[in-house]
Design a protein around this ligand. Structure first.
Ligand SMILES: *[C@@H]1O[C@H](CO)[C@@H](O)[C@H](O)[C@H]1NC(C)=O
Length: 332
């Protein structure tokens, strides 16, 4: 008789099982990829954005310098901040733009590493599912493109966020552009789930450094300026969870903005091809650490206690550097 658990015990067990299932499911929402550290426990990578123009507008020159700096730093991977293929993303998985703007451009040996890509608004104007398709990984094994995902490397975690669906005007005034919203609708539901998953993943992260990557700007002095939707909906989550860096593209420039009121460094690396827009505007010069209107890219070197970033032009000149340290055993 005592071999059967009584009703309250059964209820309690069921409840616990549901709780465990729920928490496992909620963790699983954002796909998590593992990235190995170097033997010395460090990590280095490059960041480029807004690039796919079949080599034009200095895209090839940027690629060549990425190859040289990538070699020097012995990089582990490359991050793309989106707008991977102009003007309208990829037509399908057989679109020659993939080869012409990616495989045939970033040819240096040092760039034959994993590329972690997010989607930009121009990518949403093509067949989004093509860029997300595992078939492209068979065509070029470097290619990893997901909507929102996490890359974990022990000392640092990268949270890639699909920012395009946040921006109202692509829905309300698309100006003749056709966006591929498959997988996004209903939009409210998509965005609230994404924010909830991101918040949870950031809270669960035990990594020393937290880096968030998205296509759209949060702070920017460039042509597009700040993205209000992200300031309202995304920024509070980044602030609350002690994010160190927010890295984006969208504005075709290189820039670094930070204020004494926030620990977050706002870094734009959107100089992968067409640049020189000429309209720069930031009301607080104290916060503008660096702005370059032309083409180039960014590098980062990370150890458990230190982050170093640098920006380069198409000649490989270092335009700006910034570094910060954390104590080895500090908890936050
Ligand atoms: C290419 O880069 C050079 C050097 O920064 C610049 O003078 C030139 O205008 C760029 N070309 C284009 C098409 O942006």
């Amino acid at each position: 008789m005592a071999a059967f658990p009584n009703k309250p015990v059964l209820l309690c067990l069921t409840f616990t099982a549901i709780l465990i299932l729920c928490s496992v499911l909620s963790i699983a929402e954002l796909q998590q990829l593992e990235q190995e550290l170097k033997a010395d426990g460090s990590l280095s990578f490059l960041v480029v954005g807004d690039w796919g123009r079949r080599g034009g507008y200095n895209q090839s020159e940027v690629a060549d310098q990425m190859g040289i700096i990538g070699e020097k730093m012995d990089i582990d991977f490359v991050i793309s901040t989106g707008d991977n293929f102009y003007d309208d993303g990829l037509k399908d998985v057989d679109d020659p733009a993939f080869d012409d703007s990616f495989t045939k451009i970033y040819t240096a040996p040092s760039l034959q590493k994993q590329w972690y890509n997010v989607l930009g608004n121009h990518d949403y104007r093509g067949d989004v599912l093509a860029q997300l398709s595992p078939i492209l990984r068979k065509v070029d094994s470097r290619w990893v493109c997901l909507r929102s995902f996490i890359v974990s490397a022990e000392i640092v975690e990268f949270f890639f966020v699909d920012t395009t669906p946040f921006v109202d005007k692509y829905f309300t005034e698309p100006k003749g552009d056709v966006y591929d919203w498959r997988g996004i609708l209903p939009r409210k539901h998509y965005l609230s789930n994404l924010l909830k998953d991101l918040d949870l993943a950031l809270k669960e992260s035990t990594a020393k450094w937290k880096i968030v990557v998205g296509h759209h700007t949060i702070r920017s002095a460039g042509h597009h300026g700040i993205t209000d939707e992200l300031v309202v909906q995304l920024l509070p989550i980044l602030e609350e969870n002690n994010v160190d860096l927010y890295i984006n593209g969208h504005d075709h420039c290189l820039e670094h903005i930070s204020s004494p009121h926030s620990r977050i460094q706002f870094l734009t690396s959107g100089g992968g091809s067409k640049a020189w827009r000429g309209d720069v505007d930031w009301s607080n010069p104290e916060e503008m650490k660096f702005y370059y209107d032309g083409q180039g890219f960014m590098s980062a070197q990370i150890t458990e206690t230190r982050v170093e970033i640098a920006f380069y032009d198409i000649f490989g000149n270092v335009l700006h550097t910034w570094a910060t340290s954390k104590q080895l055993y500090a908890t936050v």
